[in-house]
Write a protein that binds this ligand. Sequence first.
Ligand SMILES: [Zn+2]
Length: 407
Amino acid sequence: MRFLRAVCFIAPLVAGVQVDRRGREVYHGYKVFRVLTDGDTADFEAQLESLSAIELSRNRGHIDTQHFDIAVPPESLDAFHALNYEAETLTEDLGADIALEGELEPFPGLETSVSGANANAKVAAAAALPSFSWFSAYHPYADHLTFLKSLQAAFPSNSELITAGTSFEGRAIQGIHLWGSGGKASKPAIYYHGNVHAREWITSMTVEYITYQLINNYNNDTAVKAVLDNYDFYILPIVNPDGFVYTQTTTRLWRKNRQTRSGTTGAPGDTPENTGIRTYGDKLGAGKGIKLYIDWHSYGQYILTPYGYSCSAKAPNQSRQDTLAKNVGAAIAQVHGTRFTTGQTCSTLYATAGGSNDYFTDVTPAELAWAIELRDTGTNGFTLPANQIIPSGEESWAGQKYLWANF
Ligand SMILES: [Zn+2]
């Protein structure tokens, strides 16, 4: 985090940092490397800071090693190479990658305004779902709210918009609650969070894809009807709205929320966003209980089970969770061949403190509490091209359908 903050505060003063005409950083000439380090990450982190490099992700390699994916600004490339780390180049020009994401496009309207060419038009004529072309591009934050409202209007007797607290900058953390034939809030919860980390745009699009398909298929797919009749879905596609907006206006690779850190402890869970979504989850836990919690992230293609804080601690149903995760990975791979690595967070990725799937294992227990890291494995990273939104949605939908039918 220190690196991000350093980059963001210093960037306007450093020669060579470029912004476009709307004031967004463009990252031209930044290269992305996967660097193998030994266990001494503090030393490596200090090096990163001196290079004004941006940490993108890290994960555990073999015993006592870590891989870091880092973006190095052009003016630091010589200094980085002089350090002689074992490194693989993932991206030659991060700015070019970001351009591949495409422009942000406005809400495309409702299916009824689309003239039958769309595969979903048959259902849409009755339901007035938003246009499926939503999933062909990334969108401004305000349009995500319009999209959610339109989903709700297409499923009026079985859904309502929900709010899980307020962000640091005062935005409502909005989502949608779906239920089936048993009526509102009559069944255990399936609780999804997207875009906890601001720069992980594919997560909100994928969570929205799943929501869309739940509504679109409730009346024509018995498995979808069964899961909605047996569980209440509480879906928050963008739980970090301030950070998400900031990635769209200013700094594409911003990760956290926008809370100023002075006067806070900086401990996990202390942001207003975390308080809001945790409180909402506590309420679900105290109600009908939580069957499944998933915190959707990118990137890396992982399905992660508890725990993050310890590599030796086990959830009471650990082996069942691990088996289900493995089988979900297999169901995902059948769609487009995308391989997800599955396992416990700590041993698969790295030790984390304050992870939300730990919270939803121990404090407000969910029967299954996972984090999923979506596409890709580093080629495009957080800036996944828009033409991968639908494939990511399709494979994730298949994975969730497997899970709902077998958990
Ligand atoms: Zn994340």
